[in-house]
Design a protein around this ligand. Structure first.
Ligand code: TEU
Ligand code: CA
Length: 549
């Protein structure tokens, strides 16, 4: 297993719009992030993944890029960006950008030219058809084809109608994208998180889909297209291989048996991917607002199977939330009676499993879902589209509101909770989206003042991971496969062995064969560790044992 800095790193995802507002316009910005670099350094993370800060009309809050080489006004200037990058590097951290090249904004110069006429040189930068060719649906609901009155033809958009898909079959598109990538890498950026990179090769016969469930459409119709690996190998050869960078692909629709095609060390494509099998477990055929029951044994199995499928010849990432999913302590933990304990337990999981961990902003505080009382409080285009579709279909929007409160992306986009001041210290103005009312109890200032806080638990876990290479490169084996409460596993190499026990439940949980002879308990959610010798875990108790071999 080759040692690499990006395997040893801990990533921290920043959604700039909701991180810190420095100029009182209610929207987070680059100067705000600069103000918080010492906070991030204290946490102990080393790679910052910056969600898009490029010029955008914000139809999908930056994932609809109008100019790849311009900083969106609300985030600041290119000088601010350069100051941020310098500040990150001065602190020994790295910064990776969000590369969104499956689509652009419809206001991007390429699309504005492309739609002008059928003979415009940019016409084939996108997919145009005289008639709507198939029944494909957008990730955000509705048709994936939009009729454009300029030429009367239809263009493809797998996301909103303001996010037309780029035609990667066109070599000019690829050349322009590689040039843009080099622009950012030559500025000193340390890599990319690649938005929906598994979708960039389209099945250009554009046949109807016969799949019902959206997850099947994602995997078999949109993702893993015939030329996706050719494009990624070319990107690697022409750009990525020329820099010492980290690349992580957002691999929607990629199943574990295809993962190594993207991240195999011999493939020269990407270093790792974010996969979504655990993230889509509770989404029914209609997607996230059509929820189904999930089960804990399957949740554990997904991690164990992905480790087996990838870790010998490639590399995994480990994450439980990001800007597109509910807060992990609300989704996988217990965000009321056992909020702190379950937040620490989930942190223990992502920081002791095999793969590069990714922490989403606010998870280190144990921030929770928000459940706004009305649709008007929500901002996400996915929610607006869903409400329109429900009303059109004559379904009860109140039922949808319940699903939105539990599963929507805005749960992760409430402003960072810095302190007990107005708007949790996120802004002196009016926040673009309401602050979670629980900020008086959950905020960075209180966490930093409390040695037993979730924040310092993350800090100690990150130090433990850095101090013990076995937690990075060691082998992995799950040891309680069929237990309905316990996720237990071991990590080992020739020098050390670690045993981790996580009680993912509100009840106590007995554990057989507690590690003895030579093992000692190195960490636990402190409140519960008075009885380390007892072979019983209290609700949401996490314990880590280790021994030198
Ligand atoms: O997300 C792609 C994606 O498929 C999942 O995030 C999810 O399915 C989507 O949010 C719809 O539910 C990436 C970005 O992370 C997301 O923020 C963008 O909206 C999307 O691509 C389009 O760029
Ligand atoms: Ca601002």
């Amino acid at each position: 297993m080759k040692k690499r800095w990006w395997k040893e790193a801990v990533i921290y995802e920043i959604y700039p719009r909701s991180f810190k507002d420095s100029n009182g316009d209610g929207v987070g910005d680059l100067q705000g992030i600069i103000q918080k670099l010492d906070y991030l350094q204290d946490l102990g993370v080393d790679v910052l993944w910056l969600c898009p800060v490029y010029d955008s009309p914000n139809d999908d809050y930056g994932y609809d890029i109008r100019d790849y080489r311009k900083i969106i006004k609300e985030a600041g200037s290119m000088d601010d960006f350069d100051e941020l990058l310098d500040g990150v590097h001065k602190r020994g951290m790295k910064l990776i950008m969000d590369l969104v090249v499956n689509h652009t904004s419809d206001e991007h110069e390429w699309f504005r030219k492309s739609r002008q006429s059928k003979s415009n040189p940019y016409r084939d930068y996108y997919f145009w058809k005289p008639e709507k060719p198939n029944n494909w649906q957008s990730f955000f609901g509705g048709d994936a084809w939009e009729n454009d009155d300029k030429t009367g033809e239809w263009y493809l958009h797998l996301f909103t109608r303001k996010q037309p898909d780029l035609n990667w079959e066109n070599p000019d598109v690829r050349i322009d994208i590689y040039k843009m990538m080099r622009y950012w890498l030559d500025k000193g950026v340390d890599g990319f998180r690649m938005d929906v990179i598994s979708l960039i090769s389209k099945r250009t016969d554009f046949k109807d889909t016969t799949y019902e469930a959206f997850s099947d459409v994602m995997e078999h119709v949109y993702a893993n297209g015939p030329r996706v690996h050719a494009f990624l190998q070319e990107m690697n050869q022409k750009v990525l291989s020329q820099y010492d960078i980290m690349t992580v692909g957002e691999a929607v629709g990629v199943p574990k048996d295809q993962a190594l095609l993207y991240v195999g060390e011999d493939r020269n494509e990407l270093h790792m991917i974010f996969h979504f099998e655990h993230m889509h477990m509770d989404a029914g055929p209609g997607g996230r607002f059509d929820p189904i029951e999930t089960d804990f044994i399957r949740f554990k199995k997904i991690f164990t199977e992905w480790d087996k499928a990838v870790s010998q010849k490639g590399w995994n990432s480990i994450f439980l939330d990001n800007h597109d999913y509910p807060r992990m302590v609300s989704r996988f933990g217990n965000d009321s009676e056992y909020r702190k304990e379950s937040a620490k337990l989930l942190a223990t999981m992502i920081l002791t499993m095999r793969g590069t961990p990714c922490i989403y902003q606010g998870s280190e505080l144990g921030m929770t879902n928000v459940a706004y009382p009305q649709f008007e409080d929500y901002r996400d285009v996915e929610i607006k589209n869903a409400k329109e579709a429900w009303v059109k279909a004559g379904k009860d929007p109140d039922e949808l509101l319940g699903y939105v409160q539990k599963y929507s992306r805005d749960n992760a986009r409430t402003p960072m909770q810095w302190n007990r001041d107005k708007h949790a210290g996120f802004t002196d103005g009016t926040p673009w989206i309401n602050v979670n009312p629980n900020y008086m109890e959950i905020n960075a200032e209180s966490e930093l003042d409390d040695a037993d806080s979730v924040f310092w638990f993350y800090n100690r876990l990150i130090s433990l991971r850095k101090k013990h290479p076995v937690l990075i490169y060691g082998d992995f084996e799950q040891t309680d496969n069929d237990h309905t409460q316990l996720f237990a596993y071991r990590r080992w190499n020739e020098a050390e062995e670690f045993r981790v026990y996580l009680n993912f439940s509100d009840e106590t949980c007995d554990i057989e064969n507690l590690p003895k002879n030579g093992f000692e308990m190195v960490m636990a959610n402190q409140l519960y560790s008075e009885s380390p010798e007892e072979d019983r875990l209290l609700p949401w108790e996490a314990r880590i044992y280790s021994k030198s071999v």
